[in-house]
Design a protein around this ligand. Structure first.
Ligand SMILES: NC(=O)c1ccc[n+]([C@@H]2O[C@H](COP(=O)([O-])OP(=O)(O)OC[C@H]3O[C@@H](n4cnc5c(N)ncnc54)[C@H](OP(=O)(O)O)[C@@H]3O)[C@@H](O)[C@H]2O)c1
Length: 283
């Protein structure tokens, strides 16, 4: 399968995958070099960031990367904390995030999670930022079906462009209800922990199964590449992953590209999607 394509939702084209920035949480200059290199080569065109990551340090790292690659090479995603998505702080947070990333706009700006967010206020603030050109689109993160229904019940809520959520081969709960809901409403699903979550142990569990071990050996690919290819198999979500190592980024993409559909079908059968409702997994 070719990874050099886009996800198109309601006429808007989004990169099929992107790199996360949590790897810069405690500083990692070699990872900055790696990101610059893969962006310069045209392998990657999306970076996902958040004001929360390293208290702004990851946004600063993203800013240094963008200065080296050129802002126009990157689709830039950022997120606001629910605590800051309140009157008096929303605009300040957005402005600070733009300053730290050294850019005049975000391509996509997300509410990081719901918590006690005042949804009508968030929608109006996001829409105002769109009108001013500070963000091109807005969305949410870690919203389950009920959260999305609440959002869409608010005026303007249906202009939400994306929901960034945990999804991987070992965590397929969204396939039962959230994914069909997002598709029906034209909202882009963006996956995080695409290569499995080390915190929730999915990475080790999936990689340790006899099937995955065998497939990796036969195809000379890593479990990460298998999981990336699986997430992208229908080209209907945008998948995020992160790595400090340029070799891993390049190998994940190259190996995912050559995994045949028959292998993805084997994985689908071995790690089936749940047949009932499963609450959204979150970090
Ligand atoms: N919205 C949210 O609430 C939320 C939550 C979590 C994450 N995110 C976003 O999603 C991004 C990705 O997060 P994540 O949870 O998917 O990733 P992650 O767990 O932060 O990191 C991915 C891990 O996979 C490893 N890896 C990658 N390729 C590998 C390979 N070929 N072989 C062995 N190990 C490999 C990396 O190690 P190496 O560095 O050694 O390659 C890294 O430790 C974040 O940076 C953030 O932007 C959003």
């Amino acid at each position: 399968m070719s990874l050099y394509s886009h996800v198109t939702i309601q006429g808007a084209a989004y990169p099929l995958y992107g790199l996360g920035t949590t790897v810069f949480w405690n500083g990692c200059p070699e990872a900055e070099d790696a990101y610059v290199s893969v962006i310069a080569d045209g392998l990657v065109s999306m970076i996902d960031c958040a004001e929360m990551y390293g208290n702004g340090r990851c946004e600063e790292a993203a800013g240094r990367i963008l200065r080296r690659t050129g802002r126009d090479r990157v689709y830039l995603v950022d997120k606001i904390l629910p605590d800051n998505a309140v009157p008096g702080l929303f605009r300040k947070s957005l402005t600070e995030s733009l300053r730290r990333t050294g850019t005049d706009h975000f391509d996509l700006y997300l509410l990081h999670w719901r918590e006690k967010a005042d949804l009508p206020f968030v929608i109006e603030s996001m829409e105002q930022a769109v009108r001013e050109g500070l963000i091109l689109r807005w969305g949410v993160s870690n919203f389950d079906v009920k959260d999305m229904e609440d959002l869409f019940a608010c005026e303007g809520g249906n202009r939400c462009a994306a929901d960034q959520i945990m999804y991987n081969l070992g965590t397929r709960g969204i396939e039962y209800d959230l994914l069909p809901w997002l598709k029906a409403k034209g909202v882009l699903p963006m996956s995080y922990s695409t290569l499995g979550s080390s915190q929730l142990d999915t990475r080790q569990v999936v990689a340790g199964t006899p099937l995955v071990r065998r497939l990796c050996k036969e195809l000379s690919v890593s479990p990460s590449a298998l999981m990336l290819a699986f997430a992208l198999r229908n080209r209907d979500i945008c998948a995020l992953f992160a790595s400090r190592q340029e070799r891993h980024i390049r190998d994940n993409l190259a190996e995912a590209e050559r995994i045949p559909a028959s292998v993805l079908a084997e994985l689908d059968a071995a790690f089936p999607a749940p047949e009932g409702r499963t609450p959204l997994a979150k970090l």
